[in-house]
Design a protein. Structure first.
Length: 286
């Protein structure tokens, strides 16, 4: 079953059944043998209009420049010069492994793969005066749903050849790297059949994999008035700009908002001691 709930005010006419079923099909749950099928699953819709109390404080009667924040909270953005993407290497590799899993499943390279799966990468760093330098990959963990007829040995071999070595640079792997590939031993039952899922539960995976900081609000399912999403994106852009400009090797940017107020209540920058200028000056630049 898929339950779609929340609040939205719009003049658009949306076919929620069609949208949801197409997304489930796109994810890969297209047969009851996989435990979930877009053609036969239940889709319940419980969408209501946005509270008028929130609307009057956020956007009614206001210009685009004066739109208020959709809620209160603190939001963070993080950047580091350890990768060209200015993203933590450990989380970047984990994300790319997950993407590769999806790719080799959908193109038929590993046709026995099923949609559910997750990855985790542990990287050894050298920390010197706040600067992080990746040294090697310590551990790679992949748990992926699979067809019942495939053996654990074939799973491990295929994941090494088609996923791990295709994603992680060889110079980061060595004979001491540890691999946990489907460590539970069997992962046939997955997706909604194996575990209830709720959009927004994986807030650390959706951000920096434990690096930086997090205010607790999810990104998913929110329009730009919800600063849980838009302010985190903006703070990430600011943090990237600080690092890209050479003002710091690492930067954490925090902002705080009040509902109905357009501008941040506070702005904070931490360069972890790597800044070419004091953090107080970086705040002024921001």
């Amino acid at each position: 079953m898929v339950l779609v709930f929340g609040e939205i005010t719009t003049s658009a006419i949306l076919d929620f059944q069609k949208i949801v079923r197409e997304k489930v099909r796109e994810i890969g749950f297209d047969d009851s043998a996989k435990g979930f099928d877009y053609k036969t699953c239940n889709v319940l819709v419980a969408i209501e209009q946005q509270s008028p109390d929130i609307a009057q404080g956020v956007h009614l009667g206001k210009s685009d420049e004066d739109l208020g924040a959709g809620d209160q909270g603190i939001m963070f953005g993080y950047a580091t010069d350890e990768t060209p993407e200015l993203f933590p290497l450990s989380h970047l590799l984990a994300t790319r492994l997950a993407h590769k899993l999806s790719e080799v499943r959908k193109d038929g390279t590993l046709a026995w793969l099923r949609p559910d799966g997750k990855t985790q990468v542990t990287v050894e760093y050298k920390l010197e005066k706040g600067t992080l330098t990746p040294r090697r990959v310590h551990t790679v963990l992949i748990s992926t749903q699979h067809a019942p007829e495939i053996s654990n040995e074939e799973i491990a071999k295929s994941l090494m050849e088609k996923v791990i070595r295709a994603v992680i640079p060889a110079e980061l792997l060595d004979d001491k790297t540890i691999y946990h590939l489907n460590p539970s031993g069997r992962f046939v039952i997955g997706g909604p059949q194996g575990d209830a899922g709720l959009t927004g539960r994986k807030i650390i995976v959706d951000s920096y994999g434990g690096w930086g900081a997090h205010g607790g609000g999810a990104f998913s399912g929110k329009d730009p008035s919800k600063v849980d999403r838009s302010a985190c994106y903006a703070a990430r852009w600011v943090a990237k700009s600080i690092v890209a400009a050479g003002l710091a090797k690492r930067a954490l940017v925090q902002v705080a908002y009040a509902i109905g107020v357009a501008h941040p209540l506070s702005i904070f920058v931490d360069s972890f001691g790597t800044g070419s200028r004091p953090d107080s000056e970086l705040v002024e630049i921001v």
